[in-house]
Design a protein around this ligand. Structure first.
Ligand code: BG6
Length: 512
């Protein structure tokens, strides 16, 4: 990131002021801090995007000195940062702003010490009592930590204009509709919605943010963006990786909760939403919620015919043998947990009436690729539908990752007298055009939270609408355990039922 001009900023507010603050990370010795949060802070600092008056405190249960924590952070940055090698000159100053606080999450005394330590840091760094609390902990601790922070005076009145406190909550937010509502009820006893920043890191991805710019800053697309011109939409989140060391987590979550309920539903709402009235957080989020509210509820017939679940068995990835899900560490040998899902949804509104949205996501697929593809209706066949070379429908493919970019498939005449038609690709790639690696999602999201802009965070009603769509699937699955798991080998594109599902509509999945 080169400047703090937000592509989605409201008109007239291209440069935003950033307040001094302290960021406290709960779960500071965890995997997310190592891989994502520490590198994100370092890169924000290097890009000059952190407030000049800033400090970071890692909160965790293990005993550690400030110096030991700093050394851990340095190691994490050296390993995981997108900018390498670490800049020793910058680090010399930066590391003095990093501290460690040891406490149990339920220990009041630990919060009393934290409050006084933060005050001491306020005098040292002139951070004016502003706070971001990042909860990178298991969801069961969210309500307790927030309650303790409030009890010990660290969550302020949201109307206090002299100082602010904000809480970033990692996913998963709830386990289903009822548990998300219960969690929300507990949290809102101590935290206002305006202070709540629910992370879905897909919202921090440059290419997801670009979806709105692409759709609403280009007049050529809007008139085509509806049921009259679009045949169907495919959203794919394919991952080559398996579950790695996250067996315990995945056994609880499964793919639907891990990826579909949050990341894929965000992609769906971005691609299907109406133009917002303005670019404020509520302007954008209101429109996204309307999309989710318009998704046609799934029925028992849909669960049987139009939702396919899968689990990977042993196979090969890139020529290397790979274990099946049930052989992974901490996974039950008869696990019914899904690592693949394909489904068809309809959005019952004026724009999308009758247009199927096919969603497909899975672990241990042949390659990593997240894409939204808009498949347009066929051109009338009167002129060029030759038998041997039928013209293919136009496709607009928005690649979220990797090779971030946008490609358009158009039909073209092959040079020469015989005039066969061949589809060609117009391809725009961020990397080659802008010549830089896009910043990591976590950089953008931490920065947005410090700025107090919640546009790129999920609002409470978005989360519950998404759960409303998907909880019936979970309930149906719980009542009907899978009979044929595992049903796809590692390194394949998922179970054959997923291909059969889309084939019933006379369509096929895109090859990524
Ligand atoms: C996380 C999921 O939210 O997103 C992981 O918990 C998944 O299971 C990851 O691998 C995918 O993120 P990305 O940014 O690599 O697409």
């Amino acid at each position: 990131m080169q400047s703090n001009n937000h592509p989605l900023s409201e008109e007239g507010h291209t440069t935003r002021n950033i307040d001094p603050c302290i960021l406290v990370i709960f779960g500071a010795t965890g995997d997310l801090t190592s891989r994502k949060l520490a590198p994100a802070l370092y890169n924000l600092g290097k890009d000059g995007l952190l407030p000049p008056n800033f400090a970071c405190v890692g909160f965790a249960r293990r005993e550690k000195t400030h110096e030991e924590f700093r050394q851990d952070v340095k190691k994490d940055i050296s390993t995981f940062s997108r900018i390498k090698p670490i800049d020793e000159g910058f680090w010399q100053n930066f590391h003095e702003q990093i501290f460690y606080h040891q406490s149990e999450f339920d220990d009041d005394a630990g919060y009393v010490r934290l409050a006084s330590f933060l005050k001491q840091l306020d005098s040292q760094f002139a951070t004016r009592a502003n706070r971001v609390f990042y909860l990178s902990v298991q969801p069961k601790y969210f309500p307790m930590i927030i309650e303790k922070l409030k009890k010990h005076g660290m969550i302020y009145d949201p109307h206090d204009h002299t100082k602010w406190s904000r809480v970033i909550i990692e996913k998963p937010f709830g386990h289903d509709l009822a548990s998300a509502a219960a969690l929300q009820a507990q949290i809102s006893e101590n935290l206002d919605e305006s202070q709540t920043y629910r992370i879905d890191h897909y919202l921090g991805k440059e290419t997801v943010q670009n979806l709105l710019v692409f759709r609403f800053a280009n007049s050529i697309f809007e008139s085509l963006w509806n049921y009259k011109h679009i045949d169907h939409v495919q959203i794919t989140v394919a991952e080559e990786i398996g579950i790695g060391s996250r067996g315990n987590f995945f056994e609880e979550e499964g793919l639907l909760r891990d990826i579909v309920q949050n990341h894929m539903m965000q992609l769906l709402s971005h691609v299907a939403m109406e133009p917002p009235v303005n670019l404020s957080a509520s302007g954008i989020r209101d429109e996204k919620v309307k999309v989710l509210q318009s998704v046609r509820p799934l029925t028992e017939a849909d669960f049987k015919e139009w939702v396919v679940r899968g689990q990977y068995g042993p196979g090969f990835i890139n020529g290397q043998s790979a274990a099946g899900y049930r052989q992974e560490k901490d996974v039950h040998k008869d696990s019914p947990i899904e690592t693949f899902l394909a489904m068809r949804l309809f959005i019952d509104n004026w724009r999308w009436a009758g247009v199927p949205f096919y969603l497909r996501g899975g672990k241990r697929l042949p390659k990593r690729g997240t894409e939204i593809a808009i498949i347009f209706k066929d051109a009338p066949g009167v002129l060029f539908q030759q038998r041997e070379h039928p013209n293919l429908p136009n496709v607009l493919a928005m690649r979220i990752q990797p090779d971030e970019g946008i490609a358009m498939r158009i039909n073209c005449k092959v040079p020469g007298p015989s005039s066969p038609i061949q589809p060609v690709k117009m391809d725009f790639r961020y990397g080659s055009y802008f010549g830089q690696t896009p910043p990591e999602a976590y950089e953008r999201l931490i920065w947005e939270c410090i700025l107090g802009d919640s546009t790129l965070f999920a609002r409470s009603d978005e989360v519950s609408e998404s759960w409303s769509i998907l909880t019936p699937v979970l309930e149906y699955w719980a009542a009907h355990p899978p009979k044929h798991f595992p049903n796809y080998p590692c390194g394949s594109w998922g179970p054959k039922e997923a291909d059969e599902m889309i084939a019933k509509d006379g369509r096929s999945w895109r090859i990524l």
